[in-house]
Design a protein. Sequence first.
Length: 163
Amino acid sequence: MKIKRLFDDMGVSSYIPMHYAFTGEGANRKRELVPAIHNLIFVQSTQDTLTGLKMRDKEFDCLRYIIRRGFNGTRGEIIHVPDSQMENFIKATSVADDHLRYLNYCDDSLEKGIKVMVTNGVFAGVTGVVKRIKKNKCVVICIEDVAAVAIAYVPKEQLEVMV
């Protein structure tokens, strides 16, 4: 959250998916808004700018890129998330809703299925794939090789199949 505040102060667009979780124990237990995925911040910038920040400012030294694994021992590449994919992910995760289930992976099986758009409700405009997760039909929104979020319940009437 400290890094997010630094980016905000600089006018650099960044995003941390958040969710409500119970923290503390016993009488100190309370429901708080906390990062949904540990140590993950999305930053809209260039690689050169971020590398420069990391080299010049000690506070940004903790930033790490997510690397897509290379094939047959080749060096991997830094993952760049397309704007449309990021906008869809933000649209889904910016809703503070208990029906969201964060997944720390997004493999091929989650990206294959019936593609739908949510037409009504708090998730209107979100596109994803209908998948069964833990015996429940969910709408899954993926950022390939980074993360996925599943909307645990969307009424069938609010889904439109995309071609």
